[in-house]
Design a protein around this ligand. Structure first.
Ligand SMILES: NC(=O)c1ccc[n+]([C@@H]2O[C@H](COP(=O)([O-])OP(=O)(O)OC[C@H]3O[C@@H](n4cnc5c(N)ncnc54)[C@H](O)[C@@H]3O)[C@@H](O)[C@H]2O)c1
Length: 466
């Protein structure tokens, strides 16, 4: 009884200090929000470098066939080592529309499931190896966990999780069930980012010291198209970078995050919701909702090895699309938006006039294209993948490269390019940025999803058949 009373008082005290009580929550120490990293339960093993037995033909079940899902179904029609076994959406007519994609490709129709819990029947099948999810954010982790519990590997659209608890649920379930859990961060496979990654690994940038990434995309034309208004509803009540992975994914790969370095300390700050409020007023009526998500959210992260990352999120103000992608190293510099630029430190900058601010220049487009061709990433050379990806498409080809690599690695029994720790680390920004902002931009000590093993792997390597 005494014990119970003590626990209740402790929980009340923690709550009144604004601290989370869960074992995966945080405490505030020395003006920092410090997230717990609980020990790994005895029945789990690390998934670092994990590979499963080769799967001759990967049988796939798709869940979520709204704006994003059907494009994936279409791309899988081009993948020789995969079979589309089942299709599932809330609405039967969306399943039927996806079946027609198979018809157009002369591929046998797949099993169909619909309704809120149709995915459970899909997961119960024993002829599915991989569940591919393109559902609203809040359903990613619950369905992925369910699928892994039923013996399936999972590929999850971005972000894979919306809270730290969900990040840990993915890590724990993947570690316990020994199933792959990959987030479908397609921007890691865009040509410029892949080539820069290769150049970084070949030493052309020297030591990379600072990187930037963002999701700046005016979603004005699309708000009405999300099923049940899920995206606007989410943004209405959440501060923070609610969609961080396109920005943070490629640059974490550049910095070898959890393969030699670790994101350590995060600070986030947002603007007021000027345009966001205007949009909400025009959609729901003046003052119907107080819109939470700041028009622009900026987040700074420092790594254990002393590198910095800047991430931005803005989906409401009018501006050209940008993922910002920028790399600054001791020997070179690259940025992608608004135009692709490379400056690889070859210039002799002695005796420069103090008034000359243009002494350091980008390479000419011809030099840039030549060096980019020379350093094209090896994974895109394999079997003419780059050309095939451009032909099949999906955001210019990057979506196809991602799907191809996922199936290639499963087919050949290789570790996947993105593991469950990437999914958790990149998605963790959703909660961590919000918590920082809600505490007046207080620094956050980030959790360690590898539980102390962030330095065990030596750099990022995309596995290839020898
Ligand atoms: N990587 C990218 O470039 C990219 C681009 C667009 C969207 N996305 C992601 O894809 C996901 C889906 O986004 P969208 O734009 O297609 O949204 P959407 O609203 O158009 O589609 C979601 C679909 O999920 C279905 N659904 C809802 N509940 C379901 C359930 N219980 N079972 C089965 N299906 C269910 C809906 O009916 C809808 O068809 C999101 O996570 C989004 O962030 C990623």
């Amino acid at each position: 009884m005494k014990k119970l009373l003590f626990a209740a008082v402790a929980a009340l005290l923690a709550f009144s200090c604004g601290q989370k009580t869960s074992e995966y929550g945080y405490t505030i120490k020395d003006n920092r929000i410090v997230y717990n990293t609980p020990p790994r339960p005895a029945d789990q093993q690390s998934m670092l470098g994990f590979a499963c037995d080769p799967i001759e033909n990967v049988r796939v079940g798709f869940v979520g066939l709204g704006m994003r899902g059907p494009g994936a179904v279409e791309r899988f029609c081009y993948l020789e080592d995969a079979t589309i076994t089942a299709l599932c959406d809330l609405f039967p007519d969306r399943v039927e529309a996806a079946q027609q994609i198979l018809d157009e490709h002369g591929i046998p129709r797949a099993a169909e499931y619909s309704g809120e819990e149709g995915y459970k029947e899909l997961c119960a099948r024993d002829d599915i190896d991989l569940v591919y999810l393109a559902v609203p954010w809040q359903l990613h982790t619950p369905i992925a966990v369910y699928a892994m519990e039923h013996g399936k590997h999972v590929a999850i659209e971005v972000p894979a999780a919306t809270s730290i608890e969900e990040c840990w649920a993915l890590v724990n379930t993947s570690e316990r069930t020994r199933r792959h859990c990959m987030m479908l961060e397609n921007c890691c496979y865009d040509f410029f980012e892949l080539t820069c990654l290769n150049m970084i690994q070949e030493g052309l940038f020297g030591e990379v010291v600072h990187v930037e990434g963002s999701y700046c995309h005016n979603l004005e034309p699309y708000w009405d198209r999300y099923q049940g208004d899920w995206r606007m509803k989410y943004n209405r009540v959440h501060h923070g970078d609610v969609y961080p992975t396109h920005g943070i994914g490629p640059v974490c790969q550049d910095l070898n995050i959890h393969r030699g370095d670790k994101m350590d300390l995060l600070v986030s700050m947002d603007t007021g919701a000027f345009k966001g409020q205007e949009t909400a007023d025009s959609r729901y009526g003046e003052g119907a909702y107080q819109y939470a998500n700041g028009d622009n959210t900026s987040t700074l992260i420092r790594t254990r090895k002393g590198k910095t990352i800047l991430v931005e999120h803005n989906t409401v103000t009018p501006q050209p699309y940008s993922r910002m992608y920028q790399v600054a190293g001791t020997k070179g510099y690259a940025d992608k938006y608004p135009s692709e630029g490379l400056a690889l430190g070859g210039a002799d900058l002695k005796d420069v006039d103090i008034e000359d601010l243009d002494a350091e220049q980008f390479m000419s487009p011809e030099e840039r294209d030549a060096i980019m061709a020379a350093y094209q990433h090896p994974i895109t050379r394999e079997g003419g993948l780059a050309e095939k990806a451009r032909e099949v498409g999906g955001h210019g080809g990057m979506d196809f490269i991602m799907d191809y690599r996922l199936i290639y690695c499963l087919h050949n029994g290789l570790p996947l390019d993105q593991d469950v720790y990437d999914a958790a680390e990149w998605s963790s920004l959703v909660e961590l940025t919000e918590v920082s902002i809600r505490h007046g931009s207080m620094p956050v000590v980030m959790p360690d999803f590898t539980r102390g093993e962030w330095n065990r792997l030596d750099g990022l390597h995309f596995a290839m058949v020898k």
